[in-house]
Design a protein around this ligand. Sequence first.
Ligand code: 13P
Length: 319
Amino acid sequence: MSHSQSGQSVKELLREIEILRRERNAVIIAHNYQPPEIQDIADHTGDSLELSRIAAGTGAAVIVCCGVKFMGETAAILSPDKTVLLPVPEAGCTLADYATAEQIREIKRKYPGAVVVTYVNSSAEVKAESDVCCTSANSVEIVKAIDPSKRIIFTPDYNLGHYTAGKTGRDLILWDGCCPTHALLSTLAVEKARKKRPQAVFMMHPECKPGTLAMADYIGSTSAMIRYAKQQPAGTEFIVGTEVGLIHKLRKENPDKTFHPASDFLICPMMKMISLRDVRDSLKKMQHVVSVPEEIRVKAKAAVEAMLLYTGTPVKSAG
Ligand code: 13P
């Protein structure tokens, strides 16, 4: 029998989580980068866009968000009538930390009239200063939908912004933030991985650097990669250019295909902070509640809702 660090068996922990989940009328959502054991207990796994939609539409009273802080905040922004719990409150996002609300106000003063498009990997305060949010699954669609006479400020991810500019032909004002995990994937690492497995399809996340992305066979959000892999014939081999957590789901859903990490170093330490014990404690003690000040929440919600409206999935959430 396998045991958690506390000596309690994993089986016992899973049982406790199951009971608490029902007692609390809770839904557990997990990002595709979460550790395998967390993905396996989640009611829903998904990319940032899918998790936002689930948070907005759930009938549960409690949302346990297994992901990083901005994901919990997005859930709280969309569902003020629900209790949103983040099992480990220290799990942040370095990319999100590249932009502050004051910096956004400053750039808006520099480019009056420009539309601010903000990647969801951002704080609630930054979202509140933005016109519309986007995720890696819809940044191209959102930018394309914006009045061509308007200038667009794209924050905080330079790489996603650069990729989106290339796909839309729009001259975006880019920010200099990046995800340190995706930035680790160098062109040399891609060359090496390709040489080792020349037959494999190379998939990459648009948070990778432009030079690296130019070497990809397929570029997409985590869920787009899952869909793409499913569509390929049995026996296909893939090299996965994103956080290694995605490989668990890819393998689970495609037992007839092979998946290799592009590099063993593509690990987001923040995404790996949550354990089964943390989820159990979160449900047991109702910790750590994500709260967003109301005046920030209302403004941030408008930017998130604008995104969902652009993509044809308006929310029916309260507040
Ligand atoms: P996805 O929306 O593609 O899942 O990406 C979220 C993220 O944080 C990537 O680093």
